[in-house]
Unconditional design. Structure first.
Length: 655
């Protein structure tokens, strides 16, 4: 995706969406905005179809859907065509339902004029039913409530059965301008619950005060967006596309208030993908909750994206984490799309908890029960092969996009410490399936993905379409809510293939003990604690390899230490080793480890032939409750022009 969108959520831990509908009904049509009435049934409206067994095709119809389980739903047509709204307001346009509201047993339906070519939506109005959807009427039959392509794709916030979760006096309505798809801004209005069809009662969100309080005005021209997402999805593909209409992130969707999670969840779609946002209030600030790329290439029986998506309040799980989503894809007869009906699939969202798991157990964190695999997309519709332990089963992210980056990883609804990723690539094809350079590891912290400093990959990576290979990436232990492998996709169709992905937190791993991958002591695995001059020697002064650390000062500065944080197991005994040499004015060298509340740093006498590297060791036992230590090596700067050099630092568990 390109362009500017809202910030990523720091509240969401993991999110999953079923790749295809799990529950289909015997119906025909699309859009299906739905609400849950006080009588216990769902009420919905379709566009361009027969609804539930209707004899005649119609551009709009209303239906009642009964059933207490998503897999046992039946429907009944209630009103069609002119019985819903006598006519569209605009020539060469048809009537399309965009939003449904249940206030007790009173129903409101938002209907827009949509061009036959789907390129504009110039008008919209709201009709009302007080008899369970069998008859509908507009308050004003002479003019639409909204015109001039302003606020014309309307959907309502869903507050549960009959609106029982709404403690305010208002119903809330969201809308886009100009068209039903490919937009970038969402607007908000409020209206007294008993006057939803009265245009004069509507007020529009105009922004927030300095203290964050929402402001509303009756003047629609003063409205301001509550959500802006100006990214384009699939803006560059291997097919002819129009990014402004197919790639825009904001399109006709829905908004659900989830009382268990105490969050507003907005759903939207773009060509090939589904998008979700979250907020604590109807007016925001809204953040991106999750993004699900269903690809432009998969077969409908594998995975299928949908338009007009909405989350239902009915069928929500007791813990609020599992919800049902309705969506569609064109078209009906004679070659019916399996998604051109009222259907449901599961959306699961788990908030991020406050716990941090920093125990270096060495187990595969990608296979934990709460782990959710992630990727840019997956052609096969499932990411299960990534963690099935079988390198013969691989997945690809061939999705029709001319993309640069490709990634595979895992997320958690809690913070976990990780310091290793192991992956096995899949077998490349002629048109793609490999990385064109060395991939790198990124971690998710506060909702944002960033590369991990100080990482190294082994064995050497071959950026050509070669056969499957297993590689390990190690890096300093990092607390994160997700980890992924990122790289540049290769081949004519720009995609990669991955067979296995694992992540772990391995104890006792000291990185780059010979400093060969270290360029300075401000990033990567090594840091410096002190104020003396210091740096990396290259090609002159090492015990082995090409590099070593040096530190030098003429002042009395006390301890000067090179340090690295390493994960350890409580109760284990470790031995730190290092090659060190110093100028003859240095009396004391230091080696050992320290941790919060204690240390085991030995003051070691300098050998008489200090100009030669000599091996030094220091042994310590990790106290209970300690899961990481800083390994340290250095000297005591006691005045005079003196220096110390350090190389080949090691850490070994010695029991």
């Amino acid at each position: 995706m390109v362009g500017q969108g809202p910030p990523a959520s720091t509240w969401v831990g993991t999110a999953q969406l079923a790749p295809a509908p799990e529950h289909r009904t015997d119906s025909d049509g699309d859009l299906w905005p739905t609400c849950w009435s006080a009588d216990g049934d769902l009420y919905s409206a379709w566009g361009d179809g027969h609804g539930f067994g209707g004899k005649d095709f119609t551009d709009i119809g209303a239906a009642r859907i009964t059933g207490d389980s998503p897999d046992a739903l039946t429907g009944e047509n209630l009103a069609t065509g002119d019985d819903v709204l006598p006519h569209p307001w605009t020539a060469n346009h048809s009537r399309k339902p965009t939003g449904m509201l249940c206030d007790g047993s009173t129903l409101y339906l938002a209907v827009q004029d949509l061009a036959f070519g789907f390129e504009d939506a110039p008008a919209a109005t709201i009709v009302k039913s007080t008899d369970g959807g069998r008859t509908w009427a507009a308050k004003d039959t002479t003019t639409p409530m909204f015109s001039d392509e302003e606020f014309t794709t309307i959907w309502f916030a869903d507050f549960g059965q009959g609106g029982e979760w709404n403690d305010s006096d208002y119903a809330y309505a969201y809308a886009t301008d100009h068209n039903w798809r490919g937009r970038g801004d969402v607007y908000l209005a409020r209206v007294p619950k008993d006057r939803v069809d009265d245009r004069k009662a509507w007020e529009f969100y105009t922004g927030a005060s300095a203290k964050g309080a929402p402001r509303f005005s009756k003047r629609i021209e003063e409205k301001a967006p509550v959500l802006q997402d100006h990214r384009l999805n699939y803006d560059n593909t291997f097919e002819d596309t129009v990014p402004s209409t197919e790639g825009g992130i904001i399109s006709q969707g829905g908004t659900l208030y989830n009382p268990v999670l105490d969050r507003y969840l907005m759903s939207s779609w773009s060509w090939g993908s589904q998008h979700f946002y979250e907020s604590e209030t109807p007016w925001g600030p809204w953040r991106e909750a999750s993004y699900h790329d269903m690809t432009r290439t998969s077969e409908p029986d594998v995975q299928i994206w949908g338009y007009g998506i909405s989350l239902l309040s009915k069928f929500m799980s007791e813990d609020g984490r599992s919800m049902q989503m309705q969506s569609n894809q064109c078209c009906g007869l004679p070659d019916a799309n399996p998604n051109y009906n009222f259907n449901l699939r599961t959306y699961t969202l788990t908030p991020l908890d406050d716990a941090t798991h920093d125990e270096p157990t060495g187990e595969d964190l990608a296979t934990l029960e709460d782990a959710v695999p992630v990727s840019k997309s997956v052609f096969q519709g499932t990411l299960e092969p990534l963690t099935d332990g079988d390198p013969a089963t691989a997945v690809t992210d061939w999705d029709g996009e001319v993309k640069n980056h490709s990634w595979w990883g895992v997320t958690w609804p809690t913070t976990r410490t990780v310091n290793q990723v192991e992956f096995t690539t899949g077998t490349p094809a002629e048109d793609g399936g490999w990385y064109t350079d060395v991939p790198w590891v990124e971690v998710r912290v506060d909702g944002t993905w960033e590369p991990v400093p100080g990482q190294s990959l082994s064995p050497a990576f071959d950026p050509t379409p070669s056969g499957p290979a297993t590689h390990t990436v190690v890096f300093p232990a990092t607390a994160a809510t997700g980890v992924r492998l990122m790289g540049n996709a290769g081949g004519q169709h720009r995609y990669t293939s991955m067979a296995e992905f694992s992540a772990s937190h391995v104890p006792g791993r000291l990185l780059d003990g010979g400093f060969e991958a270290t360029s300075d002591l401000t990033r990567g695995a090594w840091r410096f604690d002190g104020t003396s001059a210091r740096g990396i020697d290259t090609g002159c002064c090492s015990q082995s390899g090409e590099k070593n650390v040096w530190m030098r000062t003429a002042e009395d500065l006390g301890r000067q230490l090179v340090t690295q944080r390493v994960s350890v197991q409580p109760g284990e005994t470790y031995t730190v080793g290092a090659q060190m040499r110093s100028s003859e004015g240095v009396a004391t060298q230091f080696l050992g480890a320290r941790w919060e509340g204690g240390d085991a740093i030995e003051a070691l006498p300098v050998a008489t032939d200090a100009y030669e590297y000599r091996p030094y060791t220091s042994t310590f036992t990790v106290p209970d409750g300690v899961t990481s230590v800083e390994v340290v090596a250095g000297y005591s700067a006691d005045g005079g022009d003196n220096w110390t050099q350090v190389d080949d630092v090691t850490l070994e568990a010695t029991g």
